[in-house]
Design a protein around this ligand. Structure first.
Ligand code: UD1
Length: 366
């Protein structure tokens, strides 16, 4: 069997590909990682490879940052020779970043099978670059592995053949269950921030989406909301490079000055897992964190107008809080003062999604 090429490019990809590489090795299926280099800082990259004990990529395309067109085109032109050299049986892409659509498109045009893990998620919001990446990647894919039942409904509505769709569960939760015993205790990180005690209450914040942090008015309103929440609950804010640069560019630092908000750099996987597990409440615009908090049973407020992961609301701990500051503060106080069911878990988020995908792919590719 020719190798499967597994694509990683940006931070949310590593925890999805790590369990797949293990499952392929166990099933004796040859597989290699190709890194597009969409993310390149050690904090967004090398640290995850180490923490997740991932095999080194056979190629790093080093595309770096750029406009969507430049980044996507660079991945395509640099990935093509790798495909020509490796002659893979299949190109496996995960999630919805620019590297996902770029590599899927190269493979599909070369007549190479494309597997999409985390297929069928839809926010219904085409102003999100990820939504465009999701729709097009699914149209190009031969094997579509889904994480929740709504995904199948979305794919069928878009004309995807039902036989190509396989419910697999959530590979990111495979990684979460495997790494949970190795998580860095939150107390270790909090001690340096002046939040002490093994059972200290704190809220964890991550924001990085263009819709949240690229508009100075919306971002300022968000920061004012966080400042208000921090009067009731100290906050720890792990700051993405895009977010950091916009706080500086828009001069927003003064909104949070003197407030109980600790700004820390982007965290490694084991550090963020420790923080998420111990948090009283998580406030985020991330897709993955909506799922991780659901698996951990930690209440999450998603500071967006929509989610492509509705099961985290119906079967999990997530609440869509929108982007209006006052509404966010009201919901945060509700979560902190009123009982909330954190016991539900979606089907197939059981730590075995990657072995299921390996078994199905082995059968399909032979
Ligand atoms: C990308 C993904 C997004 C994902 C996010 C996770 C797309 C369209 N977006 O968004 O879905 O949720 O990754 O982080 O693929 N930068 C650095 N160091 C890095 C990488 C980026 O400083 O290692 C800075 C650069 O200034 C860059 C900016 O962050 O311009 C944004 O990076 P980019 O990869 O374009 O998009 P993300 O916002 O990270």
């Amino acid at each position: 069997m020719q190798p499967i090429l597994c694509i990683v490019g940006a931070r949310p990809n590593y925890m999805k590909v790590a369990p797949l590489m293990r499952a392929f090795a166990q099933a004796e299926m040859p597989a290699h990682i190709v890194h597009t280099g969409q993310h390149y800082d050690a904090d967004m990259n090398d640290r995850f490879f180490q923490a997740l004990a991932m095999p080194a990529p056979i190629a790093n395309l080093q595309v770096g940052s750029g406009t969507h067109a430049v980044q996507t085109a660079d991945v395509m032109t640099r990935f093509e020779p790798v495909v020509d050299a490796q002659k893979p049986s299949c190109v496996l892409v995960v999630g919805d970043v620019n590297s996902t659509i770029a590599c899927a498109l190269v493979a599909a045009k070369k007549g190479i099978k494309v597997a999409h893990v985390e297929a069928g998620l839809r926010s219904g919001d085409r102003s999100m670059p990820e939504e465009i990446n999701r729709i097009l990647t699914d149209q190009l894919s031969d094997f579509l592995f889904t994480t929740e039942p709504d995904a199948q409904t979305n794919l069928l509505r878009e004309g995807i053949n039902e036989a190509s769709i396989h419910f697999a569960g959530n590979v990111m939760i495979d990684t979460l269950f495997m790494m949970r015993p190795h998580a860095i205790p939150a107390a270790q990180i909090l001690a340096n921030l002046g939040i002490s005690g093994a059972d200290a209450r704190f809220g964890l914040v991550t924001l990085h989406r263009p819709a949240t942090v690229d508009d100075p008015v919306i971002f300022a309103d968000m920061l004012r909301a966080l400042a208000a929440v921090s009067d009731a609950l100290p906050l720890v804010f792990a700051v993405h490079p895009r977010t950091r640069s916009n706080i500086d560019k828009f001069g927003l630092e003064s909104i949070v000055r003197g407030k109980a908000i600790s700004f820390i750099p982007p965290q490694g996987y084991l550090e963020l897992l420790g923080l998420q597990s111990a948090a009283t409440l998580v406030l985020t615009d991330s897709g993955g964190i909506q799922e991780e908090t659901t698996a951990l049973g930690v209440p999450c407020l998603t500071l967006r107008d929509n989610t492509e992961r509705p099961i985290t609301i119906s079967q999990g701990t997530n609440t869509l809080a929108g982007r209006n500051g006052e509404h966010i503060v009201r919901l945060a106080h509700e979560r902190l003062t009123q009982p909330f069911d954190t016991s539900k878990r979606p089907r197939g988020w059981d730590g075995q999604a990657a072995p299921r995908i390996a078994a199905i792919l082995k059968n399909l590719l032979q």
